[in-house]
Each structure stands twice: as C-alpha cells, then as structure tokens.
Design a protein around this ligand. Structure first.
Ligand SMILES: C[S@@+](CC[C@H](N)C(=O)[O-])C[C@H]1O[C@@H](n2cnc3c(N)ncnc32)[C@H](O)[C@@H]1O
Length: 267
C-alpha cells in the first residue's frame, strides 16, 4: 500500500448522516449494495435457499438492512417482515425486486415488537455481534422467541471468534490486506479484548493520493456455547449447527456457523 494516511476519519458521521442511524448511516447505506462481496449471487442464493426451506409461514428478519436477503426471499413468495434501526438502510428495501412486499419496522431488535407470530426469525451477517453487551444479546434471543409460534425457529449466522489465532500477548487479527493497483489500498483487522469479549473491526482505506479513512466499529463476540445458553434462557434449544448455508458440518476448523434454535411446544 503506497502513501501515508494523512486525513483520518474515526466516526461514522459524515455530512448528511443522521446520528440516529448508528454505524449504518446514509454514507454507508449508499455503498452497501455494491455488486460483489456479500451481494454476489453465490453468497445470497444459498442463504435464501436455506431460509426458504426452513420457513413454514411468515418470517421476520432482525436487522434487515437494505433487504439484501429479505427482498429475494420475499420474491420467492415467503411473507417477510423486518426490524431495522437505520432509516438510511431501511429506505433501500422497497427498491429491490421483492422488497416492496417486505414490511419494515424501524426499531431496535432487542425490544421492538412486530405484530404477528412467525415460523422463523433470522439474524444474519454477524449482526448479533453489533449488540455490544451480554444483556443486549440475551434480549435479542428473548425478543426472537417472543415473535415465534410454538415450534418456531431462530436462525443466527455469525463468525466463530478468531481466538485460536491469538498467540499470548497479541490482540489483533488481520482479515484483509489489499493493495490497490492505483497506489491506494485497504487493510482490515479485528482487535480483541478477551477480558470483556468486546472487539472492534477496523478498516483503513488509503486513496491513491495518500489520504485515508479509518473506521472502527465496536462488537461483542460470543462463543457458540454462550449463544446456546442465551437460547435456553429464552426457552429455545439447539436444533442445527452448520458451518455454512450449504448445511456443511460444523467442525473445530469452522470459521463461522449457521445455528438454528427451536422454541418448545408451550412458547
Ligand atoms: C451488517 S448489516 C446486515 C444487514 C442485513 N441483515 C444483511 O444481511 O445485509 C447490519 C445491520 O444491522 C442493523 N442493526 C444493528 N444493530 C441493530 C439493532 N440493535 N436493532 C436493529 N437493527 C440493528 C444496522 O443498522 C445494519 O443495517
């Protein structure tokens, strides 16, 4: 990567951003649907396939974002509702094929109630980690269970914390170092605090002229077993744990998991 980052931005707030939109304001939402990456068909389609398979009636996506997953799921005829805290992100749902059928409620997934009982609530793309306290994450599980009918499912897609990549004395795990052909580049790294279970995802983007942008987003990680306990506190038990949307086996080497918990008959 050439050049030195001489202009550094450390908050999400740019001109035109509403602070109420948190880490996903207009300046982020406007780039969120860029082709490739998480928006590539080979990423989106397996997720939509599995969710369609698990759905047995209306479904609810917590933190629905711009409808990356909800819109194509609705386009297949599944009734989809969503909860989302960022108006800038939510404003983009209806513009996607299928998105006009997705009913989005602006609110916080730890507390917001949407009318109806659902066959499936799902929360994808590591977003359980955006809730940065254990109490908050427990509240997400309880709120999911409160929306489910008996035998309903709560699905979470989230990375396995990369703690095995931390030798003693090290707190940082790089996840991308990408020099640009034009002289700029990008470095991404996670920084862990293993005492508090807080971590930050850090993004350094350097332009060809050497000016740069630094974004640091706070998260809380939980080992899969802690999520299982949160589910039990909410009256649910583990039904499936896969290492990806293709239902591949979860192993010691899995870097993420797609987990599904089920409510009991008395929920
Ligand atoms: C990584 S994006 C994922 C969006 C979408 N689920 C997807 O897969 O593309 C995270 C989203 O979660 C939303 N979010 C974060 N914390 C939230 C909360 N407590 N309640 C509701 N939405 C939240 C953000 O505004 C953002 O749109």
């Amino acid at each position: 990567m050439a050049g030195v980052a001489s202009a550094v931005v450390t908050t999400a707030v740019n001109a035109g951003d509403d602070p109420a939109d948190g880490w996903f304001p207009e300046s982020v939402a406007v780039r969120y649907d860029a082709p490739g990456g998480a928006n590539a068909p080979e990423v989106v389609t397996p997720a939509v396939d599995l969710l369609e398979d698990l759905a047995d009636g209306p479904v609810l996506e917590f933190a629905v974002g711009t409808g990356r997953i909800a819109a194509p799921l609705a386009a297949r005829g599944v009734p989809v509702s969503g909860v989302e805290s960022s108006r800038a992100m939510a404003a983009r749902v209806a513009g996607k094929p299928g998105g006009d059928a997705v009913e989005v409620t602006i609110g916080d997934m730890t507390t917001t109630r949407v009318p109806g009982r659902f066959s499936l609530v799902y929360l994808v793309f590591n977003t359980i980690d955006n809730v940065t306290t254990q109490d908050g994450q427990v509240a997400v599980f309880r709120n999911a269970a409160a929306h489910l009918r008996p035998g309903g499912l709560f699905l979470v897609e989230v990375g396995v914390p990369a703690l095995r990549r931390l030798p003693p004395g090290q707190d940082t795990v790089p996840f991308a170092t990408t020099p640009g052909a034009d002289g700029g580049g990008y470095v991404g790294f996670d920084r862990y605090d293993v005492v508090t279970q807080r971590f930050t995802s850090n993004h350094v983007t350097v332009s060809p002229d050497g000016t740069g942008r630094f974004r640091s987003i706070p998260f809380r990680y939980a080992w899969p077993a802690e999520l299982d306990l949160m589910a039990r506190l909410a009256g649910m038990s583990l039904k499936h744990r896969w290492s990806d949307w293709d239902r591949s086996e979860f192993t010691a080497e899995s870097t993420k998991h797609v987990s599904v918990w089920e409510t009991g008959p008395d929920t």
